[in-house]
Design a protein around this ligand. Structure first.
Ligand SMILES: [Zn+2]
Ligand SMILES: [Zn+2]
Length: 268
């Protein structure tokens, strides 16, 4: 059973808890900064999806297709550090995706799926380290920013029941729950379900993934008219997320955005 406190009460409770207990970096045990369980020094090790190199070059992975790009930036647009932080929140789509993406109102992917973040995500997924859900969820929430209005609910990509039973938990749902809690938004994991087990999609081509995942999700009526953020750990080909978004729109969702921690590079 899921119990949702009013947004203000939940935020006040979190604030009080941190005032009493404090926060501690789970990677180095130093005191956590900005009330997070990862310190700034450790977070710097995570490779940003968008970063500036030699003053004039913006390097980015397209958040939708994962293609590597390098873009020249003129002198008058020279960024300071806060600008770099802002840029990492921007979508930075490649031209091809700018023209073809009509599905998502926003794709947030602050980091690249590279060392050490890839190991941390794997530890959470396969190493039973569920505590990392809180860390990754609050880290993701810190990147959501205030430039966009918040969605009504947060969802995660559901696992098929048999897979969830064998793993014991859904890492995406854990990340989504903590992220939603941090932002004071409702997390509705039961609003979508997976109707058949697609097996692992790893190693399949993009068309093969699309075919395998077709019709895999069912959304309940409660998504009707809502603005929804789909939360996941990693965005790879995006076939799963697109199929879930299609089902949400078919079920009457007003808008769908995607929040993931990391984007894989398609050039690897
Ligand atoms: Zn640390
Ligand atoms: Zn692209």
């Amino acid at each position: 059973m899921h119990f949702y406190m009013p947004r203000s009460a939940e935020k006040a409770r979190l604030g009080l808890q941190r005032l009493i207990i404090g926060s501690c970096c789970v990677f180095c045990n130093r005191r956590g900064e900005q009330n997070r369980d990862v310190c700034i020094a450790c977070e710097q090790l995570f490779v940003r999806r968008v970063f500036i190199e030699k003053r004039h070059w913006v390097n980015f992975l397209c958040s939708l297709c994962g293609e590597e790009h390098r873009q020249f930036m003129p002198e008058d647009e020279f960024p300071d550090q806060s600008d770099e932080n802002r840029r990492s929140k921007e979508p930075y789509f490649c031209q091809k995706c700018q023209l073809s993406n009509a599905l998502f109102v926003r794709v947030l992917a602050p980091y690249r799926y590279e060392f050490p973040l890839d190991r941390i995500i794997q530890r959470m997924k396969y190493g039973q380290q569920r505590v990392l859900g809180r860390v990754l969820g609050s880290l993701l929430a810190s990147h959501v920013g205030s430039d966009h209005s918040l969605p009504d609910i947060v969802l995660s990509v559901p696992l098929h029941t048999s897979r969830q039973i064998s793993r014991g938990y859904n890492q995406a749902a854990d990340i989504a729950r903590w992220c939603a809690r941090e932002l004071g938004i409702a997390h509705k994991p039961l609003a979508v379900s997976r109707v058949f087990d697609t097996g692992s999609l790893a190693g399949l081509s993009k068309p093969a993934r699309q075919l395998r995942i077709l019709g895999a999700f069912r959304a309940s009526d409660e998504v009707r008219g809502l603005r929804i953020a789909i939360v996941d750990d990693v965005l790879t080909t995006g076939a799963t997320t697109r199929e879930l978004a299609r089902e949400l729109y078919d079920s009457g969702a007003e808008s769908v955005e995607v929040w993931v921690l990391a984007r894989t590079s398609s050039s690897r």
